[in-house]
Ligand binder design. Structure first.
Ligand SMILES: Cc1ncc(COP(=O)(O)O)c(C=O)c1O
Length: 343
């Protein structure tokens, strides 16, 4: 892992967002497989003002590693996690009335306030308040007394394509929701919608804060945004060739399936990831990882494979020798999958 690449990418997100916009670095899913603790530290070093994780468990992991500061659980808290949220001083996404009451109760018992970011569903139909319920929910939250509304946010339905009419419509609905909150007497200090693609291509979605994920790890959300992103892949894998064969002979023409994913005709050979890495579930960014050099990393729940093109001028790879999958790591700091798993 290259910490300097992670820092560089975070600084790019800050530059692109502008001086008045805060960056919440998204380090969910073990920082997209890069190791949540070292990645989070690198992003805070590079000026990120907050961190975003999926779950209370992920947030606790960061707190245990000594990371203080603003930490938002983007997926909200489950019933039973309220005391941990209060004790660990976490901010949580909130859209549910029962959860609001439970959090407020836990905060009251502890004699504290708990920070919440109201999540509005503007089109993803995953998590969040329906637009029609925003005003009444604001009234409920105000009435509970121990919830501090630190933010309001939403997420684009199509994370990598934000220059579309559908995405602009989502932004419009989000603005409507924020106005409804203000009319109901709530003015959340942080207003955020933009993920990486919007940092790069949708300035109207930046508001007071942005939540980049994928670009921080060095990948552009879409090929046409790569030049603007100017980010550097932070991960490099070393692996050994498990099988060398020519998939074009057996299966051409067209694509074939491999563990539910398509292998392109041109990809030949497969190299197994080291044992620890194999057990890890790598998230979206690495499921089909295409670093410079044109290989593909296929890393799923049950197995992890790298398909490598043959070296230039050769028909296929030799089985056995260690191969390096290029990234941007320059050996300045390495950690292994087992280190990030057991930290
Ligand atoms: C709520 C939320 N915000 C921001 C992000 C970061 O998105 P991206 O990786 O597209 O930048 C994610 C990632 O899944 C997310 O779930």
């Amino acid at each position: 892992m290259s910490l300097s690449a992670l820092r560089h990418n975070c600084r790019r997100a800050r530059e692109l967002s502008g001086p008045d916009v805060a960056v919440m670095a998204v380090v969910k899913a073990d920082a997209y497989g890069h190791g949540a603790v070292p990645a989070a530290r690198a992003f805070l070093d590079a000026g990120a003002q907050a961190l975003g994780v999926s779950s209370v468990a992920e947030a606790v992991e960061l707190r245990r590693a000594g990371l203080a500061g603003a930490l938002l659980v983007l997926g909200g808290a489950f019933p039973g996690e309220e005391e941990t949220v209060v004790a660990q001083d976490l901010a949580v996404a909130l859209w549910d009335a029962d959860q609001a009451r439970a959090l407020a109760g836990a905060a009251r018992t502890a004699g504290r306030q708990v920070a919440v970011h109201l999540k509005v569903d503007t089109g993803m139909t995953r998590l969040g308040l329906d637009l029609a319920d925003v005003s009444s929910f604001a009234a409920l939250v105000r009435g509970l007394g121990t919830l501090r509304v630190a933010g309001v946010f939403s997420h684009f339905a199509s994370a990598d394509a934000v220059e579309t009419a559908a995405a602009r419509a989502q932004t419009g609905r989000f603005v409507g929701a924020v106005e409804a909150l203000v009319a109901a007497g709530l003015r959340p200090p942080e207003v955020h919608l933009a993920n990486s693609a919007a940092v790069l291509a949708a300035p109207e979605a930046r508001f007071t804060m942005v939540r980049p994920g994928i670009m921080l790890y060095g990948y552009s959300p879409a090929p046409h945004l790569a030049a603007r992103a100017a980010v550097r892949p932070a991960m490099r894998l070393r692996t050994r060739v498990a099988r060398a064969h020519d998939t074009t002979v057996r299966d051409a023409p067209g694509n074939r399936r491999s563990g539910g994913h398509c292998c392109r005709e041109a990809e030949r050979g497969a190299a197994r990831l080291p044992g620890q890495a194999r057990r890890r579930r790598l998230p979206r960014s690495q499921e089909r990882w295409r670093p410079r050099g044109g290989c593909t990393v296929i890393a799923l729940r049950s197995f992890a494979l790298v398909t490598l093109p043959p070296p230039a001028g050769e028909a296929e790879r030799d089985r056995g020798p260690e191969q390096t999958v290029p990234g941007d790591a320059r050996n300045e700091r390495c950690w292994t999958a087992s280190e990030t798993e057991h930290k």
